[in-house]
Design a protein around this ligand. Structure first.
Ligand code: ADP
Ligand code: MG
Length: 260
């Protein structure tokens, strides 16, 4: 079982889109996938076709120790993967956990109770370096960082890398950065091309070869509660996420230590 945290404290960089569509693409290649929604906005839940206002038990109940993951998991029938859903309740977890014992390892402990049911666990993180995100980083084998290739892309990356270093020092010594994923990419944009080339130069093979293009189908699919594969499988977006799934499956861990 490989656990990937999809993290970037910036909002709108494609974390949730990547979580849902990578989950569906891995499932399409017969991998058993669990998607954990760790954002109170619950967009990964909705995007997987699950009504977030109708779910009673969510990852919030897992983090506060009231439920096991198995008790909250739902099936994304269309997507072909399992989902640990989230909704607004999760916003309360940050505050409620502050004075609790082992607050950073709640998710890790919950995942340890699963045995071999999944090949991949993807964790869709909130846009913050909060306790919830620290739970994801503590539970994960590796981090995937979606980034938009714009002028400010690298700003904030050092905060994330510092958080990862602290998590390594105190909570999860083997945490790796799996890769940086270029998202919302517009090939006609000169700046995007430059930033993309910079990233590749700087971070070497820590940058996924697959680039996710800006594609309107990716933005439309969530309103139908389906991953893009089931909305327009011929779209550039669908093909890109299938390619990313292939790259992840074939990827050798720790290719280069460029991001430490
Ligand atoms: P995050 O989870 O990082 O906040 P989202 O995945 O929710 O980001 O994406 C932010 C917005 O951009 C959403 O409206 C989403 O539909 C849209 N979006 C994300 N990736 C793409 C893409 N590759 N092409 C077009 N729209 C995208
Ligand atoms: Mg999101």
């Amino acid at each position: 079982m490989r656990i990937l945290a999809i993290t970037n404290q910036k909002g709108g960089v494609g974390k949730t889109t990547t979580s849902v569509n990578l989950a569906a693409s891995l499932a399409a290649t017969k991998r058993r996938v669990l998607l954990i929604d760790l954002d109170p906005q619950g967009n990964a839940t909705t995007g997987s076709g699950i009504d977030k206002s109708a779910v009673k038990n969510t990852v919030y109940h897992v983090l506060i120790g009231q439920k096991s993951l198995k008790e909250v998991i739902q099936r994304s029938e269309k997507g072909g993967f399992d989902v640990a859903p989230a909704n607004r309740d999760l916003a309360g977890a940050e505050v409620e956990l502050v004075s609790e014992i082992a607050r950073e390892v709640r998710l890790k402990n919950a995942l340890a109770l699963l045995d071999g049911e999944y090949d991949y666990v993807l964790i869709d993180c909130p846009p913050s370096l909060s306790l919830t995100t620290v739970n994801a980083l503590t539970a994960a084998h590796a981090v995937m960082i979606p980034m938009q290739c714009e002028y400010y892309a690298l700003e904030g990356l050092s905060d994330l890398v510092n958080t990862i270093k602290k998590v390594r020092a105190y909570l999860n010594p083997t945490l790796e950065i799996e890769g940086l994923l270029r998202t919302l990419f517009d090939n006609r944009n000169m700046l995007a091309q430059q930033v993309s080339a910079e990233l590749a130069k700087h971070f070497g093979d820590k940058v996924y070869r697959t680039v996710i293009p800006r594609n309107v189908r990716l933005a439309e699919a969530p309103s139908y509660g389906v991953p893009v594969l089931f909305y327009d499988k011929a779209s550039k977006g669908a093909k890109a996420y299938l390619a990313l799934a292939g790259e992840i499956i074939n990827r050798k861990p720790t290719a280069s230590p460029a991001v430490s």
